[in-house]
Write a protein that binds this ligand. Structure first.
Ligand code: SF4
Length: 465
């Protein structure tokens, strides 16, 4: 007699995600990979049979933050143990990659350490840990294996705005950055794999796709005929998918911003007018010390070309202040570049040494007080530019993709083509849809407006007769 298929007993999974959108994407994929083993997500760590910390190594004291979080997990695990319930604990992400076995040595509460390229092994590792397996550390590098072996994304409705990792790792070796050490060499997924994933997301309700990569514009995925696709070619192909209305990509390196990619801002209406292009420092001397492989003149030339292709583009950037050896004069150049470029958005940070990176060994570190002062001056200038950009949209009619409830009851919130947050009074049915909004006001962090014509944006499809 045929046996009924074995159904795994239901279990709860809690994932705490630190850091960037790529980690958020990885967390989604880990949850999906564990679904066949019976795991469903919970927001409550104490309710979870499996807790995963998906860690980030970019920010200051990243490893210390993970260990203090593990202290809380240990207490939760002890409480559950007292009630006769077991908890497995896994550390994933870049701290897992960087620290490896050291994590289990310092925090014995951890059962599994899994690096970002090994998530396809997660379900097996969890099963092994559940059987009492110890010391489970998996930090191999080949990203190819991960994408080839992760399960297809499961069915069910998805967010209107979805992320898809197309590239991982980095070969640039900026002297302040851990990514080349934690994520490994550049790897691009095959175009067919990405197109299939985006088509599946489109059928499940996604209207906007953001392509992710540590160095996304270095994308060079190889197709079945052995031809390398550029990011521009991939974007053009994805724009052919009818349900997809919007495309974005992040994060780009100035060196890989080629003319084809820039031209796409003028030629492809589905590519949103938003570009995140880090410049990190405004002086050539510091850029050379950072090993950024471009000069300020080259960066500004690129910005000029991008603005020529798409004059209304919202530019965004990353800036580090107080890199070792940065003088007041160097910093003035950073301020001047930020003032000239008028960014719509910017992410600025004080330099802090990352163990294992070349810059961490430099002895001309900038005093903390100077870094603080420089950051405050820079952020004040960046805030003014952001507000000016936001105010310039008042009176315009913009397409907004609604993604969730607004701050106040009766409001819904979404994103403009320029990635600004927009709040309007409107029905919940708008969530997941694009509607035209007349922008009325710009607050400190978002815009408010009114929907142009209620329910007129998408008529129900009539059955063919
Ligand atoms: S290009 Fe970006 S990811 Fe690569 S080393 Fe530099 S900062 Fe890190």
């Amino acid at each position: 007699m045929a046996q009924a298929p074995h159904k795994p007993s239901p279990k709860k999974l809690h994932i705490k995600t630190f850091g960037c959108q790529m980690n958020a994407y990885d967390s989604e994929r880990m949850a999906e990979a564990l679904q066949p083993a019976g795991y469903s997500l919970t927001d409550d760590a104490e309710d979870a049979d499996l807790v995963i910390l998906n860690t980030c190594h970019i920010r200051e004291k990243a490893a210390e933050k993970v260990y203090s979080e593990l202290g809380r997990v240990r207490l939760a695990k002890a409480r559950r143990h007292h009630e006769g319930r077991d908890t497995l604990v896994a550390v994933a992400g870049c701290v897992a990659q960087a620290e490896g076995r050291e994590i289990i040595a310092r925090a014995p509460v951890v059962d599994i350490v899994v690096g970002p390229q090994s998530y396809h092994r997660l379900a097996d590792l969890v099963a092994e840990a559940a059987r009492g397996g110890k010391d489970l550390v998996e930090t191999e590098f080949p990203a190819k294996d991960k994408f080839a072996h992760l399960p297809e994304r499961p069915k069910g409705k998805v967010q209107a705005s979805a992320f898809v990792t197309v590239q991982e790792g980095c070969d640039k070796f900026c002297t302040f950055c851990v990514v080349p050490y934690t994520r490994g060499a550049e790897f691009s997924r095959a175009p067919s794999e990405i197109v299939a994933e985006v088509e599946r997301l489109a059928l499940r309700g996604a209207h906007e796709i953001t392509l992710l990569g540590q160095n996304v514009n270095a994308y060079h995925g190889m197709d079945e005929d052995g031809l390398n696709w550029s990011l521009a070619k991939l974007l053009r192909r994805l724009a052919e998918i009818p349900e997809i209305d919007r495309l974005r990509y992040t994060t780009s390196h100035p060196r890989d911003m080629d003319d084809g990619l820039i031209a796409l801002f003028a030629e492809e209406a589905k590519l949103m007018p938003y570009l995140h292009l880090p410049f990190q420092a405004g002086s050539d001397r510091i850029l050379a010390a950072m090993n950024r492989k471009h000069t300020i003149a080259e960066y500004e030339e690129l910005i000029g070309k991008v603005r020529q292709a798409r004059p209304d583009i919202a530019l965004s950037t990353d800036i580090i202040v107080g890199f070792p050896g940065e003088t007041d004069a160097d910093f003035e150049e950073t301020l001047a570049l930020a003032a000239r470029t008028r960014f719509a958005q910017a992410f600025s940070f004080k330099y802090s040494a990352r163990p294992g990176t070349p810059a961490a060994k430099l002895d001309n570190q900038v005093p903390e007080a100077a870094k603080r002062e420089r950051l405050a001056a820079l952020q004040s200038l960046l805030d003014q530019a952001r507000h000016a950009f936001d105010r310039a949209t008042i009176g315009r009619r913009l397409d907004v993709l609604f993604e969730g409830k607004g701050r106040k009851p009766g409001q819904v919130a979404g994103r403009s083509p320029y990635l600004q947050a927009v709040h309007v009074e409107g029905p919940q049915e708008l969530i997941g849809e694009i509607a035209e909004v007349d922008i009325l006001a710009a607050g400190p962090n978002s815009l408010t407006g009114v929907i142009k014509s209620e329910f007129a944006w998408r008529e129900p499809v009539q059955a063919a007769v």
